[in-house]
Design a protein around this ligand. Structure first.
Ligand code: PGA
Length: 241
């Protein structure tokens, strides 16, 4: 685990974008794993800028996303599909056929999970998985639990996650209670992982992830045994390590 602490959120965003750009320059056919949340917005903004400046291209790259709420149409403003399209995908030159976003309104969610997992395998696996982290140490929607889920699966959201995400909805009752998430095994199979976190609300999760025991109570702690993880932090998120 390589931990890098930057002066501020903007520097974290630049560093995250630089790592993804380096991957794309080295391999235009890179398979990216994309997260949602406020943390990656700056990284996506920098990637769009690099694309507009002709530094990088996504023409041959492909992308999967980390998770999606169950029950929201892809064009619902709070769906993760809508988020990724409006904050990133629609501003660069991915080919539509190279984008596979998990469907939260699949008729059979369990079948969608199996199919999604298979498509990741068929694409040769994720080359670079970008991650945020929840205040409770979740990655994707892998919530604190007694075990680590291996593959893409249906999740009941933790109360803390529903509370944290309610800021995007009219009220907490509107936050979906279930989601589909890549499993910890899916994430750990990625060749490289880049996790970004900023702000003091993430400090305890970062401590548990980096310094705690590997424990499914902090799902991100499993990253300690991944061979290629880079953690990008601002001073507030790094305060307890
Ligand atoms: P955030 O979410 O980037 O909006 O803080 C991260 C997460 O919950 O994984």
């Amino acid at each position: 685990m390589t931990i890098q602490v930057f002066e501020n959120e903007e520097q974290v965003a630049l560093a995250g974008a630089a790592l993804i750009a380096a991957e794309l320059l080295q391999d235009p056919y890179t398979v990216l794993g994309l997260p949602t949340g406020s943390t990656p917005i700056g990284i996506y903004r920098e990637l769009i800028r690099m694309f507009e400046n002709g530094v990088i291209s996504f023409a041959e790259a492909s992308a999967f996303n980390l998770d999606e709420y169950i029950g929201l149409e892809p064009d619902h403003e709070q769906s993760y599909s809508y988020f990724l399209h409006s904050n990133f995908i629609d501003h660069v030159n991915f080919r539509a056929e190279n984008i596979r976003l998990v469907q939260g309104i699949a008729v059979n969610a369990n079948e969608e999970c199996e199919q999604y997992e298979q498509e990741i395998t068929d694409a040769g696996g994720i080359d670079l998985q970008l991650l945020g982290i929840g205040r409770n140490g979740h990655i994707g929607f892998n919530e604190p639990a007694a075990w680590f889920e291996k593959t893409t699966h249906v999740v009941d959201l933790a109360a803390d996650t529903i509370a944290a995400n309610s800021r995007f909805f009219a009220n907490e009752d509107e936050v979906p209670r279930q989601a589909i998430s890549m499993g910890i095994g899916t994430i750990m199979d990625a060749e490289k992982i880049v996790l970004a976190a900023t702000g003091s609300s993430k400090a305890e999760a970062i401590r548990a992830m980096c310094k705690g025991r590997i424990d499914p109570a902090c799902q991100a702690s499993i990253l300690q045994i991944h061979p290629n993880v880079t953690i990008l932090l601002d001073p507030a998120a790094a305060a307890l390590i």
